[in-house]
Design a protein around this ligand. Structure first.
Ligand SMILES: Cc1ncc(C[n+]2csc(CCOP(=O)(O)OP(=O)(O)O)c2C)c(N)n1
Ligand SMILES: CC(=O)[C@@H](O)[C@H](O)COP(=O)(O)O
Ligand SMILES: [Mg+2]
Length: 646
């Protein structure tokens, strides 16, 4: 319980908040002080961990207000994406671990059910919160039982995330069911990049027609009207605000009561509105809150991305502490190469789903704005849109993170693959990504792309290979093609003067050895080489090959490796069901196992690997150089894995 006496005048109020319920004893002014201290604590924590800063800073007051008014964890507070959850974590019994955010064995950078009862629903991919809130509301009304109890459900969703189809699917369902639930639309006029699309313009119009100050006053006035039964009060507040904005909102058409816009940094507006809604609401309510991403930290407010994600930084100067690298990033190589091809071929165009910088398409957007499409957080639409661009005679590159492409998978199957349309999938963040953890791991694309008839699937072993793969994809007009590459910097290899076209379905030999062949698909090749060096010191020289293609397989090369070695080991940065499985299928079909080949497939283990550095995550996965070496020794019967570990 907070100390409300004056004998500890200098003790920060935040230090006295042990759990969110402690906020309920505080006055509005004290809550404002807590918010101010919470903001400082968030900045301080992220300065030592790095991570998502801007979104959290923008919801500090909202976080305090929601926890002060609602009864978490009985009430289910669901943060969309949840990259803005750090202030929430500080208030919900995790302040002592907040400086372990996004590190191995530390707190996740996102909400996570296994971490805390205050995180009723995990997230990291966007636009799931309204569906989740609706599920909780219905479970409550149907008598579902959970240890913390089933109270209200509150979804907090950003303006960027609101543009996704899934959010509208949920609104459509919620408006129809009419259950009591709260959706807080946190409108900061930002996604990662500036938001795009008609919804964004629509939200701006909701408050653009009147000066904000007048709306602020009106919101306060509206609140004073609300002690009446909520329906009546809300109606009057609504009428008043609606009248001042544009009249009738999209949200009301979908069956929600709409309240707003209100200033999300003003607790004198937030608290009474939320208290009244909690006391009176009967159906679905949308509260439109205006905030500033990066609020209260000048370097974040001034940054192009409003401090969306940051490395560790100096709090005073805001300067980020980045480790310099001599090698270019894979993302940068892709972006640069695509621009070069686009200069020569005006049919090349590009699609990103709200990640222009993250996918390296920012440069393309600058040079060729009419051929670059940021479709918003809308992977499903983005894929189908690209399919039709291809059908219409263009050469689309659909650049998405592996993890987000998952959301567009039916479209990959139904709209691209079945119609054999030449969409080029540039799959970034393939494999384990590090601090974002399991939700962002690019573990499945090899499996789900190679399963599709007619799909060509490549993986770059280094940045030079990526150059060739972009060129190969650009030239490939006979059906869909995908190439994958990881987050971060390349190997530092020499870059080719000119890209060359790869022969579809042909791998390359790296070194010829004996007894065991290591067949790598993707950037584990670096670890394979290291393992081979260590093995040569033990008198074993493995053959090394880079498969380049998981589909079509280089049958000739693989069967040759199998025929000329005692053992064959495949390795890939993906889950079971990918490259190795296809190789095993080939070997089985060709009867190679009957001849006694020893075959092993190194894939990601059947677990979700928590955040850590990518190197640590691959160690957990059993896929670093030492573990490759151990696998070779084991398969050749030179030493057991147990002996190696000892
Ligand atoms: C399905 C999916 N696509 C893309 C992303 C990457 N992403 C994370 S946050 C974000 C922007 C979200 O904008 P908004 O909801 O307005 O939140 P803000 O950061 O402005 O608070 C994007 C595109 C994601 N998490 N999930
Ligand atoms: C929350 C989210 O989905 C993105 O902000 C993501 O964390 C970006 O990842 P990169 O840092 O790999 O671009
Ligand atoms: Mg936003």
């Amino acid at each position: 319980m907070p100390d409300q006496t004056t004998d500890r005048p200098n003790t920060p109020l935040l230090d006295q908040i042990n759990r969110p319920a402690d906020l309920k004893a505080l006055s509005n002014a004290q809550l404002a002080q807590v918010a101010s201290e919470l903001r400082s604590e968030t900045i301080s924590a992220v300065s030592v961990t790095g991570g998502h800063l801007g979104a959290g800073l923008g919801v500090v007051e909202l976080t305090v207000a929601l926890h002060a008014v609602f009864d978490t964890p009985r009430d289910k507070l669901i943060w969309d994406v949840s990259h803005q959850c750090y202030p929430h974590k500080i208030l919900t019994e995790r302040r002592d671990r907040i400086r372990t955010l996004r590190t191995k064995d530390g707190l996740s950078g996102f909400t996570k059910r296994s971490e805390s009862p205050y995180d009723p629903f995990g997230a990291a991919h966007s636009s799931t919160s309204i569906s989740a809130a609706l599920g909780f509301s219905v479970a409550r009304d149907l008598g579902g039982v959970v240890p913390e109890g089933n109270g209200d459900a509150i979804a907090v969703i950003g303006d960027g995330s609101m543009s996704a189809g899934m959010a509208f699917e949920a609104m459509n369902n919620a408006g129809h069911l009419g259950k009591r639930l709260f959706v807080v639309l946190n409108d900061n006029e930002m996604s990662i990049a500036p938001p795009v699309g008609a919804l964004s313009s629509y939200l701006s119009r909701l408050y653009a027609e009147e000066p904000f100050q007048e709306l602020k006053a009106a919101a306060k006035g509206a609140v004073s009207l609300l002690p009446e039964p909520f329906r009546e009060g809300a109606k009057r507040a609504k009428d008043m605000l609606k009248g001042m904005a544009v009249g009738g909102t999209l949200f009301e058409s979908l069956g929600f009561s709409y309240l707003g816009p209100i200033d999300g940094h003003d607790l004198d507006q937030l608290l009474p509105v939320l208290r009244t809604l909690k006391a009176r609401a009967t159906g679905p309510v949308l509260i439109h809150v205006l905030t500033k991403k990066g609020k209260g930290y000048a370097p974040a407010e001034a940054a192009r991305d409003k401090g969306h994600a940051t490395a560790k930084f100096d709090v005073v100067t805001g300067k980020q502490k980045k480790t310099p690298s001599n090698a270019p990033s894979y993302t940068g190589v892709f972006g640069d190469e695509l621009v070069k091809h686009a200069a020569k071929d005006d049919k090349i165009c590009a699609v990103t789903a709200a990640m222009p910088d993250g996918t390296g398409l920012n440069l393309f957007a600058e040079r060729y704005p009419s051929r670059c499409f940021d479709v918003g957080i809308a992977e499903q639409h983005g894929v189908t849109f690209a399919a039709a661009l291809a059908a219409g005679g263009m050469k689309p590159f659909c650049a998405m993170y592996s993890t987000f492409l998952q959301r567009g998978y039916d479209q990959v199957v139904h709209d691209v693959a079945i119609q054999r349309l030449p969409v080029r999938f540039a799959i970034d963040r393939a494999g384990l990504v590090g601090a974002d953890g399991a939700t962002h791991a690019g573990s499945y694309d090899i499996g789900f792309m190679t399963n599709l008839p007619g799909m060509v699937v490549m993986a770059a072993a280094d940045e030079a290979e990526l150059v060739h793969m972009v060129a190969t994809a650009a030239a490939h007009n006979d059906g869909p093609i995908a190439f994958r590459y990881p987050r971060g910097e390349g190997e530092g290899v020499e870059m080719p003067d000119e890209p060359h076209l790869l022969e579809i379905g042909k791998g390359r030999m790296i070194q010829t050895g004996s007894r065991v062949a290591l067949l790598s698909f993707g950037t584990r090749l670096g670890e394979v080489r290291k393992a081979a060096e260590a093995l040569s010191a033990k008198g074993i020289t493995p053959t090394i090959a880079d498969a380049r293609f998981a589909k079509p397989l280089d049958r000739e090369m693989i069967l040759d490796l199998a025929a000329n070695h005692e053992a064959l080991i495949t390795i890939e940065e993906g889950a079971v069901g990918g490259f190795g499985s296809h190789v095993a299928q080939l070997l089985a079909d060709e009867g190679v196992f009957d001849a006694g080949l020893k075959y092993r497939s190194m894939v990601l283990p059947d677990i979700f690997i928590d955040q850590a550095s990518p190197e640590d995550m691959y160690r957990v996965a059993g896929m670093d150089a030492a573990q490759i070496e151990a696998k070779v020794l084991d398969v050749l019967g030179v030493a057991t894995i147990g002996e190696k570990r000892a």
